[in-house]
Design a protein around this ligand. Structure first.
Ligand code: THU
Length: 149
């Protein structure tokens, strides 16, 4: 993936992160997915007083893509960091904000094993993975098809 495309996804995810609703964890996340059309879809994490009802930024971004009628993801970018409570982020030495297990599975539904997943801090790109690296031997739509059919 060329640098310019990565930068554009980062800008969209960073804007989404600024809109995160995370009063319980104070951990703000923004995600951006690129659809097959080249369009970008982004969204933040949205927490809830009933904690398990909150959802991840990746879910928001995927829902935006599906709402627009797209079904394939060609790249994912996630940016996350703890809030400093003053509109900025406390991110010194913080661990990578890799997608959680549930989100890896949600991404799998719409992406190929070689799809890049870029993991960022507020300052920029930290590491890139493929979906297959983060979710090897994944169960996907193809696993529902009986062998021999
Ligand atoms: N979170 C995400 O939005 N995406 C991830 O990939 C990891 C975790 C959110 C969920 C929760 O609102 C907060 O980060 C702390 O777990």
């Amino acid at each position: 993936m060329v640098d310019e495309q990565w930068q554009e996804m980062f800008a969209a995810a960073r804007r989404a992160m600024a809109g995160a609703y995370a009063p319980y964890s104070d951990f703000h996340v923004g995600a951006c997915v690129r659809g097959e059309s080249g369009r970008l879809y982004s969204g933040p994490n949205v927490e809830n007083a009933a904690y398990p009802q909150g959802w991840c930024a990746e879910c928001s971004a995927i829902a935006a893509m599906i709402s627009a009628g797209e079904k394939r993801i060609t790249a994912v970018l996630v940016v996350g960091a703890p809030s400093d409570g003053a509109g900025g982020y406390n991110d010194d030495g913080h661990a990578l904000c890799t997608p959680c297990g549930g989100c890896r599975q949600k991404i799998r539904e719409f992406a190929a094993p070689e799809t890049p997943i870029h993991v960022c801090g507020p300052e920029g790109l930290r590491r890139s993975f493929t979906l297959d690296e983060l979710l090897p031997l994944a169960f996907g739509p193809d696993n529902l098809i009986q062998i021999g059919e």
